[in-house]
Design a protein around this ligand. Structure first.
Ligand code: ABU
Length: 497
């Protein structure tokens, strides 16, 4: 604020004072309460403007002349002004939310050091940190050994699972390609994340060779259905090699039953991967880790720590119980980076396990926040989020204007319809459901324009479910029963007419 007129340093009107800018950005983050749990409920979650309008409000074009300090700072303030405040207690829209402030400090520091995480030589400290945090994460799965790597997002982590599964069964693919092998098929449930379909395309399987397995009414993959599909594929002389299970599906939050799925996969010698990008947070909770019983039996896991646990985006761990396969599968042995005659222990030159060359340090921010919170601090946050989901579900079960999609939440996603009074006590015909399908989009528009709340909605066509709300309850900022009550009351206020 002091930069707006009087008191402006003369220097600031000239060129960018880099040191000052860094301090001002830190102040901006703190003063605008952009950190976890610091937003005031009365602040708006978003100041929504349409794309064309935003183009007119912000000078987006670039050119030859440079801006001065004040102008650069003003652009930073605009970035804050027109961004969604993910730290706001009413940002309940997506499978991520506010970032942990200690994690943010870690992210800033590793960004400032601008470390590239491919060799111990250029990343000694962070390489050891990555080893330590990956080992800690594997411990929650129940693996004493194994390997892992941080990837740029859950979709890429899932792709690591597929490429390792294919390499394990058909190692010759690495040099000879797919043409001589036969028709490889992979499996995922109806509720599985769309990244598996993208991976089927990217990896040359083709999306037709991703076989969809039915889920039950709560969204969990049905193991008998998986076995039927594998048997059918074998009868058709296809080559099953990979099953994707999910712990915490994107919409319904379902946890697939890992023990029976692992049994089926073992029987047919198929790699079992678990996309626990969202629901992996349950692993840190003694109360909720039962949701992932059988975890230790699977071959690989995706766990996005930027989701439930609130590490700064992106922070996606790919973990496998197989010790050397990441390196064997992915290495290309570039001689300018991974020299074999180096003077130190080159097992810590992790980069060649990765599909990337340059790799951002995602481990440190997580490691630092884990140091600050401890296992028990994170467990407490996860338990509180689950408890709030249960509370929210109980509350709306008692309100006639609301209807739950599932009688009990699978995870901290709670799915429900709002039934406006004009549509209550009517016959529930297809036309009635058609009317209901328009309610969530209309209320969503109102909540975003008002800026009071953000929650998502979607249909689930394979379950014949028309548009319903999906409330995603975060760990951070720490949700309370009052926040949950606000959501219910606000949807009523927004939808009453
Ligand atoms: N990676 C899936 C997350 C999308 C969502 O927030 O719903």
């Amino acid at each position: 604020e002091s930069l707006a007129g009087e008191g402006v340093l003369e220097d600031e009107k000239q060129q960018v004072n880099e040191e000052l800018l860094l301090k001002q950005i830190t102040d901006l983050v703190i003063n605008q309460r952009l950190l976890s749990g610091k937003a005031n409920a009365e602040d708006r979650v978003v100041k929504f403007v349409h794309p064309e309008e935003l183009k007119g409000l912000v000078e987006l074009s670039l050119g030859g002349s440079s801006l001065n300090h004040v102008q650069i700072l003003e652009l930073c303030k605009q970035a804050v002004e027109y961004s969604v405040k993910t730290n706001h207690p009413k940002f309940l829209n997506q499978l991520y939310h506010a970032c942990d402030p200690v994690g943010l400090a870690g992210a800033w520091l590793s960004d400032a050091l601008n470390t590239n995480l491919y060799t111990f030589e250029v990343a000694p400290f962070f390489m050891m940190v990555e080893y330590a945090i990956l080992a800690h994460l594997r411990g929650f799965i129940g693996w004493e050994d194994g390997d892992g790597i941080f990837a740029p997002g859950g979709s890429i982590s899932n792709m690591y699972g597929i490429v390792l599964a294919r390499y394990k069964k058909f190692p010759e693919v690495k040099s000879k390609g797919m043409s001589g092998i036969g028709e490889l098929v992979a499996f995922t449930s109806q509720e599985g994340h769309y990244s598996i379909a993208k991976a089927a395309h990217w990896m040359g399987l083709g999306t037709d060779n991703l076989i969809i397995v039915a889920s039950d009414s709560s969204g969990k993959m049905i193991p008998a259905e998986l076995e039927n599909k594998i048997v059918k594929a074998l009868e058709q002389k296809k080559l099953p090699f990979f099953v994707n299970a999910t712990s915490g599906t994107t919409v319904l939050g379902a946890y697939d039953p890992l023990e029976p799925l692992a049994f089926v996969c073992k029987k047919y010698d198929v790699w079992l991967h678990v996309d626990a990008a969202w629901g992996g947070g349950a692993l840190v909770s003694h109360k909720y880790r039962f949701l992932m019983d059988g975890m230790e039996l699977v071959d690989s896991v995706t766990w996005n720590l930027h989701k439930m646990l609130g590490a700064p985006l992106q922070c996606s761990a790919f973990l496998t119980k197989h010790k050397d396969i990441l390196h064997r599968c992915n290495s290309a042995s570039a001689t300018y980076l991974f020299q074999t005659d180096k003077f130190y222990d080159t097992r810590y030159d992790t980069g060649d396990k990765s599909v990337q060359c340059g790799r951002k340090v995602d481990a440190f921010k997580l490691w630092l926040m884990w140091k600050a919170r401890g296992d028990r601090g994170l467990e407490e946050m996860v338990d509180n989020a689950f408890e709030c989901a249960e509370y929210f579900s109980r509350q709306i079960a008692q309100r006639s204007e609301f209807r739950l999609v599932l009688s009990e939440p699978n995870c901290t996603n709670v799915c429900f319809w709002y039934i406006p009074h004009q549509l209550s006590n009517c016959q529930e015909s297809p036309e009635w459901w058609e009317q209901i399908s328009k309610v969530a989009p209309a209320i969503k528009k109102r909540m975003v324009e008002k800026g009071s709340l953000m929650i998502g909605y979607q249909p689930l066509p394979h379950k014949n479910l028309v548009n319903f709300f999906r409330l995603v309850i975060p760990c951070q900022p720490r949700p309370t029963h009052e926040d949950m009550d606000f959501v219910i009351d606000e949807i009523e206020r927004l939808g009453c007419d």
